[in-house]
Design a protein around this ligand. Sequence first.
Ligand code: CDP
Length: 205
Amino acid sequence: MTEIITIDGPSASGKTSVAQRVAQHLGIPYISSGLLYRAVALMCLLENVSAEEVETRLAKHRLELQPTPTQNLVFLDGREVSKALHSLEVDQIVSAVAVRPAIREYVNQVLRQIPPPFVVDGRDMGSAVFPQARYKFYLTASPEVRAQRRVPERGAAFDTVLTEIIRRDEADKRQSDPARDAIILDTSHLDLDGVVQRVLEHIHP
Ligand code: CDP
């Protein structure tokens, strides 16, 4: 397998878990592109600056993503920051960061330096960043199902998580259209194994 496989979808659609399992099955790395937007959001929090201001400081920072078989490690100026990327604070500002074209270009450059094969998840991997990918998937599920899945990861109340997911769906709209040639899978009534199986059915290594 020498290909790129893209798995896009909205918040908590299961794209990272699915990408991880599909990659494991195929024996290739997986990459979660959202971590890089989260790392830029973390820069804002650490330096107490707005998304607009952080954009002018990107060249001063070194951002790296290291795929390992079980997780992605993110290094900001040489310091491993992976564990700090999934807080509600980062959730709240990441869309304001991700909407800025210069920040998207910065993240895309980091992604395009990673040698294939890999499975990559995000919002626009199949539509904008890797249009040449051989296999493209787009996962959907209702906001309620997605909130239910995310509650244990955030340790917050269902209503708080649901409100945040609906807000982020709206804020991320611009970069979240499925690629025209993506296979769309509604995962509302499927568990993780079910989704992984559906994806693998389409892949012929
Ligand atoms: O799973 P969830 O969508 O919550 O998180 P994520 O995939 O880590 O993405 C976090 C945020 O990064 C999203 O809300 C988008 O604002 C942004 N993002 C993006 O704009 N484009 C991507 N390819 C990936 C993430």
